[in-house]
Design a protein around this ligand. Structure first.
Ligand code: NI
Length: 178
């Protein structure tokens, strides 16, 4: 297991469409384990492979929080097979956009198909925070950040501030320590 450095925006690697994995083999399982460790340490409730510089369609999610036992979900090649007509709005944040938040509306309930850690095809239904989190992480696999759902004005304001912080080498609280 290893903690991986988390990439922060703006960065071209966060804007790429990621490639599907051929199969969940030992290498992908190791990536999932490292991503989970990195996510818990950040701390965060979801992480996508491009956020650690790996342009593969792999995400990890755990919305259980501190009070509940860990409930990690690891997904390769996730796809939405059903979405509800009604939307839910959550204030979203992202480990790649530290310290910024914005309200994003997404389908309130989803059905997602993916390859699990054993390379088995699985489908789960999700709603509420879990549905939002899975969709947020899936967006990353297509180079989409939550700020891309905001107005251009708000998005540019956030990205400009992050770029400035990067240039001045200001340490950001959400950087994973490696
Ligand atoms: Ni994110």
């Amino acid at each position: 297991m290893a903690l991986l450095p988390i990439i922060t925006a703006p960065d071209p690697r966060l804007k790429k469409v990621c490639a599907p994995v051929e199969a969940v083999d030992d290498e992908v399982r190791q990536l999932m384990a490292d991503m989970l460790e990195t996510m818990y340490a950040a701390p965060g409730i979801g992480l996508a492979a491009p956020q650690v510089g790996v342009l593969k369609r792999v995400i990890v999610v755990d919305i259980s929080g501190d009070e509940e036992p860990e409930a990690p979900l690891c997904m390769a090649n996730p796809e939405l097979v059903e979405v509800s007509d009604d939307d839910a709005t959550y204030e979203e944040g992202c480990l790649s956009l530290p310290e910024y938040y914005g309200e994003v509306a997404r389908p309130a309930a989803i059905r997602v198909r993916f390859l699990d850690r054993e390379n088995e095809i699985r489908e789960i239904e999700a709603e509420g925070l879990l549905a939002t989190c899975i969709q947020h992480e899936m967006d990353h696999l297509d180079g989409i950040l939550f700020v891309d759902h905001l107005t251009a004005l708000k998005r540019n304001m956030i990205l400009r501030k992050l770029l400035k912080a990067k240039k001045s080498n200001t340490p950001l609280a959400s950087y994973a320590t490696v």
